[in-house]
Design a protein around this ligand. Structure first.
Ligand SMILES: Cc1cc2nc3c(=O)[nH]c(=O)nc-3n(C[C@H](O)[C@H](O)[C@H](O)COP(=O)(O)OP(=O)(O)OC[C@H]3O[C@@H](n4cnc5c(N)ncnc54)[C@H](O)[C@@H]3O)c2cc1C
Length: 386
């Protein structure tokens, strides 16, 4: 007997896909295999309001318990997908059970990369789950010396929230400025200056080369013979997709490469969100991972494809981040750009950076300009991003 549609994963994509499947009339069996012991919840607040203590574990849940009963979604909590067998349409689970799917959605997300040098120390944290956030929250307080390794969006959000809690923050970045490889040197320097002016010690062009301490790290040794004393460390040096369980399944590239409809090359197998590498017609390649908005859109498109419905428009890549009370929004693909034009004043923390290629806008970063977003989206859609 078939288990109907099975979703491997229990995060944003899993939730959005379930909602879309039921909304579009799918009434067959629907199972969600969720490695975490918690019903699906939202991750963006983890580095913001959960870490600052303004939101609780309960308040970040997508839906109350009843919703899963009312929509007849069978959620297997604390259970992992461990192996996929394509010919039998079979999913092996931790605990020895198996499921037979008609359609499968791979939605296992990603996890933080860890620096080998920092593995095994008590006072080193990563931030991906609600449990990570609750644990990290307990260690932060006025005067605590926190080092953040990696000045990506997660690292910078943790820095901003930690400063709000009175933590002494040092942020260490290997590049010349935060996010410069994505947003360019000028905007990278703006991010460095933003954090510096809020009391963060921003160390760029340095990597962690060694540590002192037993059990806990007491100091980080950086390239250039610099040493930083620490009480706690957060590592935010990027993520890797949770696709190891697909090894040996025969899916191409060892993972979840999909077309814009969320289809892998295997019959009845779809993927979306951070675990997937989705074909991007604008750059002509598969782009690994996603952010919140893209993951949600991909989930709905995959659900519609499963039901043989038209999957809908492919939205521009986008991201937002909240730091020091500023809403910072990003749209498009700045890597395609050959020039950047700034509208507004960087020093006043209120500006739009428009990235252009051959004179056409291909991406934009908006700082404290939420109301300009719809017009910017239209400009990018009409311009170089079609
Ligand atoms: C701290 C934090 C802050 C963020 N802030 C922002 C933001 O401000 N803006 C933004 O655009 N994006 C943000 N993001 C990114 C956004 O949350 C993700 O892009 C989104 O959650 C991806 O959804 P997903 O369903 O693909 O993965 P996830 O939400 O990670 O869900 C995957 C789930 O699958 C489970 N799983 C893993 N392996 C297995 C397995 N083998 N079997 C079963 N289950 C498994 C995982 O435990 C997890 O519960 C943030 C992410 C984090 C961690």
């Amino acid at each position: 007997m078939s288990d109907g549609i099975v979703i491997a994963g229990g995060g944003l994509v899993a939730q959005r896909a379930c909602e879309a499947l039921r909304r579009h009339g799918y009434s067959g069996p629907l199972r969600m295999v969720c490695a975490e012991p918690h019903l699906p919840y939202d991750r963006p607040p983890l580095s913001k309001e959960v870490l600052s203590g303004e939101h609780t574990q309960e308040s970040v849940r997508f839906r109350p318990d009843d919703w899963y009963r009312e929509h007849d979604v069978d959620v297997l909590l604390g259970v992992s997908a461990t192996k996929l067998s394509l010919p039998e349409h079979q999913l092996e689970l931790s605990g020895g059970h198996t499921l037979r799917y008609d359609k499968l959605l791979i939605a296992t997300g990603s996890r933080p990369r860890m620096l080998p040098l920092l593995v095994g120390y008590e006072n080193v944290s990563e931030l991906r789950t609600i449990d990570d956030a609750v644990r990290l929250r307990r260690t932060l307080g006025p005067g605590v010396r926190l080092a953040i390794v990696g000045a990506g969006f997660i690292g910078m959000e943790v820095a901003a929230t930690a400063r709000k809690l009175g933590v002494e923050v040092t942020m260490i970045e290997a590049a010349t400025s935060p996010l410069s490889s994505v947003l360019g040197a000028r905007i990278g320097r703006w991010f460095a200056e933003l954090h510096h002016s809020e009391g963060v010690e921003v160390i760029t062009d340095r990597t962690v080369t060694g540590v002192s301490g037993q059990g806990d790290v007491t100091s980080l040794h950086l390239s250039g013979e610099r040493v930083t004393e620490v009480e706690h460390i957060v590592v935010g040096v990027g993520v890797q997709p949770n696709v190891e369980w697909l090894a040996g399944s025969g899916l191409a590239n060892g993972g979840a490469s999909v077309d814009v409809h969320g289809r892998t090359e295997a019959d009845g197998v779809f993927a979306a969100g951070d675990a997937a590498a989705t074909y991007d017609h604008r750059s002509g390649r598969h782009v690994p991972g996603s952010h919140w908005e893209a993951a949600g859109h991909q989930a709905v498109r995959a659900a519609r494809s499963m039901l043989d419905l038209e999957p809908g428009k492919v939205e521009l890549p986008s991201f937002w981040t909240d730091q020091y009370g500023l809403r910072i929004q990003y749209l498009g693909n700045a890597r395609l750009a050959d020039a950047i034009a700034i509208d507004g004043e960087l020093e006043r923390r209120n500006f739009t950076a428009v990235y252009k290629r051959e004179g056409k806008p291909v991406a934009a970063l908006l700082v404290d300009r939420t109301r300009s977003l719809p017009a910017m989206r239209k400009l990018l859609d009409d311009g170089g991003n079609r």
